[in-house]
Design a protein around this ligand. Structure first.
Ligand code: BGC
Length: 734
């Protein structure tokens, strides 16, 4: 009877359990709920330990960036908010993600990040070159292609674009941004964000962007990386914050704080910049990640006595995610107990991180689709756009007697220099997942470009540096036996990028000596440069008949170089950064402020003018600018002005011309730069054709300037508009 009773009870219990309603799907897992509700629901379920892990970033795989060597991390914690993934295998990445989804209590997906700076497998030119293209639509296209290769490698977040305004080319990281001008940097930064992120972050092939390095990193003293930066509030808002503001407006998902100490308060703990300006004034809704171990480095910068205090100051300043310091994970719980930070601050940071994960669709689609490598990388359309970007970014600096393009009467050309057969140094710093074997060398491109037409006589000449001139004789012979000489010179990859400051930006002496030796042969000399910073060309420019700045043009850049040499491509790049005559002229940039004695104060030992100003760049055709026409010469602050200029391609080739519109305001309350770029546009003009370029000037947007707190000020008075060689006056009234 007793047995029967127990059986009865058990059966009843089973029946009851099987009739019990299943647990409802937690709100945060409901795909159709609004993101904000999902975030709030998840946050409520999280323990403190889970929260601090969301604010912590670690690595997966072995870093190949020698500035940040890590141990091969096989034993990752699946609770990590983010992993920097130094691989491109989506299968492995998915296995790691599976652990986070299936083996953690709440199944929060990991955000995989990586530095895809100018391409993943297909490299396009370095950003400094990209700025010279003045083609922001093309930049969006290459960044979108780059996002696709990145996404299919298992990465959902790139630490790009770098929008640091850079005016000191001794600083190696000048290669990573879009040059010296805040407006240009902002436009290119915004176009990169649009390219990476697309219309919707959750759509396949799109990835989150990260604006870096916030802020004024380009101003490190003496161009020495990671150093102190002294900058006034006025200059911060007027110059260094401008690029970030524009790219935040374009919807950038994240921002990376910079390493530098900004006038005493390192960016990592700069509450004014991280919270007051970025999050409050600009309404930035994404999250801020520290730079690599930057929180730990606060003790080196003399603003924290130990890692715990460093963590406290960083979190309280508004820094949301700790990259690789492992400080938030270790110390935030204790700091909370000691009431040095609040739960509200922790929650706010966690919310920002989770929001991006939801926006990226990682909760609903955490895995990377597996696409065969042959379909993933180096696709024809990707290479085509990269090649176009390379072509448009190269700048013809000099072309005496139209020695370029190489004339059809030329039968033999000496091709000399360390760059001719070298593919690695065409890649630039930050090579993503690219391999030198996929990069076409200049030699191979020359052979195809000139096959059967011109005899090419090769000589190595010399290495990039060192003292060995034993190759000079062979080079001189090649020059003697040829009608013209093309010298392929420049910098090694490793000479620009992070931690590559240089005390002089001239080419190494051995390369200069090679030029001087070849000059004695008396043949026309064309110099092609591949480098990651402006160079001081004082010693070689006089010996060159033509100079082509070809930068580090990436996977398919070599054919753009040879296309320009042969005349298949008409160069259309213009400098986004000034080339000083010598290193001693630094800083020199186009939008300097006027000095009190413009006629005086020059250098006594060298010319004061740089060799090539920002905006300089030649073409194989001739563009004639008509008179600028203004819709009115007097406008109200609330009005607007339409300026038009007709440009005629009067030469013998189709070409693309970038028209740069500047303004100046010489009677402002505080001194303004001599001129400021406010708009640019690049268009194709066919041979013989006339095209009208229009600048629709909005006074509030284009004529106001920020005060020291970032508040825009628009003043009435006389202004000037400058385009080409013209300068026209107009008045702004109240
Ligand atoms: C660099 C960043 C980079 C980070 C992660 C740092 O050393 O300054 O630009 O995104 O490493 O690799």
């Amino acid at each position: 009877m007793k047995t029967f009773y127990y059986l009865f009870i058990t059966a009843a219990a089973i029946i009851l359990v099987s009739f019990k309603k299943p647990d409802p799907l937690p709100l945060y897992k409901n795909k159709s709920a609004p993101i904000e509700s999902r975030v709030n629901d998840l946050l409520k379920r999280m323990t403190l330990a889970e929260k601090v892990m969301q604010l912590s970033q670690y690595t997966l795989g072995l870093n190949d960036n020698e500035n940040n060597i890590n141990d091969l991390s096989k034993n990752f914690d699946p609770h990590a908010g983010s992993l920097i993934y130094f691989g491109s295998d989506p299968v492995f990445r998915n296995a790691v993600q599976k652990k986070a989804i299936e083996e953690t209590r709440l199944g929060i997906p990991i955000l995989f990040g990586f530095d895809v700076i100018h391409g993943c497998k297909t490299l396009y030119p370095i950003p400094l070159a990209v700025g010279c293209s003045w083609n922001t639509a093309l930049n969006s296209e290459v960044c979108s292609n780059s996002a696709k290769e990145t996404y299919l490698s298992g990465i959902n977040w790139t630490f790009s674009p770098m929008v640091d305004v850079a005016r000191d080319p001794r600083w190696g990281r000048v290669a990573e941004g879009y040059g010296e001008d805040p407006y240009t940097g902002g436009q290119f930064g915004a176009s990169a964000v649009r390219g990476y992120q697309g219309q919707s972050l959750s759509a396949p092939n799109n990835i989150a962007a990260c604006l870096k390095h916030y802020v004024a990193y380009g101003l490190v003293e003496g161009g020495r990386d990671y150093s102190f930066t002294d900058v006034s509030q006025q200059v911060l808002h007027d110059t260094y914050l401008v690029t970030f503001k524009a790219a935040v407006k374009a919807g950038a998902s994240t921002v990376m704080s910079s390493f530098n100490d900004i006038s005493g308060t390192p960016a990592t703990i700069n509450k004014y910049l991280l919270t007051d300006v970025l999050k409050t004034q600009w309404g930035f809704k994404g999250f801020v990640v520290a730079d690599w171990q930057a929180i730990a480095q606060l003790t080196n910068q003399g603003v924290a006595k130990d890692p715990e205090q460093a963590g406290e100051r960083a979190l309280n300043a508004g820094l949301d995610m700790d990259m690789l310091s492992d400080i938030y994970h270790k110390y935030l719980p204790d700091l909370l107990k000691q009431k040095k930070i609040t739960m509200a601050t922790v929650n706010e940071a966690v919310k920002r991180v989770l929001t991006l994960k939801f926006k990226l669709g990682l909760f609903d689609n955490p895995y990377t689709p597996i696409v065969d490598e042959s379909q993933r990388y180096l696709q024809p359309a990707t290479k085509k756009a990269a090649n176009q970007m390379a072509a448009e970014s190269m700048v013809l600096l000099k072309n005496k007697d139209n020695v370029l393009p190489i004339s059809s009467s030329i039968k033999s050309v000496a091709i000399i220099g360390p760059m001719v057969k070298d593919s690695t140094d065409l890649m630039g710093s930050w090579t993503g997942r690219a391999k030198a074997k996929d990069v076409e060398s200049i030699n191979s491109a020359l052979q195809s470009e000139f096959a059967g037409r011109v005899q090419l006589n090769y000589a190595h000449g010399c290495d990039f540096d060192g003292k060995d001139d034993s190759g000079f004789d062979e080079a001189l012979n090649a020059a003697k036996n040829s009608d013209e000489v093309v010298l392929f010179l420049g910098e090694k990859n490793s000479w620009s990028g992070e931690n590559t400051s240089r005390s002089t930006i001239a080419l190494p002496e051995i390369q200069e000596c090679l030029v001087a030796a070849i000059k004695k042969i008396g043949k026309p000399i064309i110099i092609v440069l591949n480098n990651g910073r402006p160079l001081a060309l004082k010693n070689i420019e006089p010996d060159a008949d033509a100079i082509l700045e070809a930068w580090q043009p990436g996977t398919v850049g070599a054919t753009a170089i040879t296309g320009i040499l042969s005349g298949r491509i008409n160069p259309s790049g213009k400098l986004d950064i000034t080339f000083p005559l010598t290193t001693g002229q630094i800083p020199v940039y186009y939008d300097m402020h006027p000095r009190s004695r413009p006629y005086s104060g020059n250098y006594q030992d060298i010319p004061t003018e740089p060799l090539y100003w920002f905006g300089h760049g030649l073409s194989y055709t001739t563009y004639n600018y008509g008179d600028v026409k203004l819709s009115s010469i007097k406008i109200k602050k609330t009005g607007h002005l339409v300026a038009k200029v007709e440009v005629n391609n009067a030469g013998k080739m189709d070409g693309k011309e970038a028209v740069l519109w500047y303004i100046s305001h010489p009677e402002a309350t505080i001194s303004r730069p001599r001129k400021e770029l406010k708009f640019f546009e690049k268009k194709l003009i066919k041979q013989g054709e006339k095209i009208v370029y229009t600048f629709d000037l909005d006074p509030e947007r284009d004529l106001s300037y920020p005060d020291a707190n970032g508040k825009q000020v628009l003043e009435s008075g006389d202004y000037y508009l400058m385009v080409g060689s013209q300068k026209v006056k107009f008045e702004v009234t109240d």
